[in-house]
Design a protein around this ligand. Sequence first.
Ligand code: ADP
Length: 182
Amino acid sequence: MLTSPLTFHPAPPVNDTPMRRAIYPGSFDPVTNGHLDIIARGCKLFDEIIIAVVVNPGKSPMFTVEERREMLEESLAGVEAGSCGLVVDSFDGLLVRYAVERGAEAIVRGIRAISDYEYELQMALMNRRQEPRVETVFMMAAEDYSYVSSRLVKEVFKLGGSIDGLVPPSVEARMRAKLGDA
Ligand code: ADP
């Protein structure tokens, strides 16, 4: 029998339970309201989202992985998650391997502008090549946060600018304490 070139053969699922689980990976140095917005949007699609802090010794972060996890834990209370479970974790190594280990069928990433898309597309295609069972889901940032990045928030804050409304209050307090320590 001839197979139509349009026939799509989906890869077998990562887990065969009806539970829809996704990984939202990132540096979260620190978590911003933009990240929280993406998590709330992801909650409409998934039963559980694992927010996974990437352990990347290459970058010189403002906060330790432990501090970033704590800030996420503190901030998630303010997210409208409905019945979606939110879990904070950290990992190093290959993201798709971690996703499969955790029984996640999707990776969630946030897109702010077309400039994000180029890098994200490359990553998504590379991840698909490594592990076809894991799909990448891009979620569009809210307009209000589309210019917000952890990097810019840190820069502005260090220069004495206002980051009110861009990060949760507990994060701002931690940044203040960190700057005082420095
Ligand atoms: P990474 O170093 O992996 O880019 P980040 O913590 O900077 O980690 O971001 C994690 C994810 O969240 C990325 O997909 C990024 O595009 C997305 N993101 C970051 N800031 C925002 C924002 N303001 N709105 C929507 N998505 C965002």
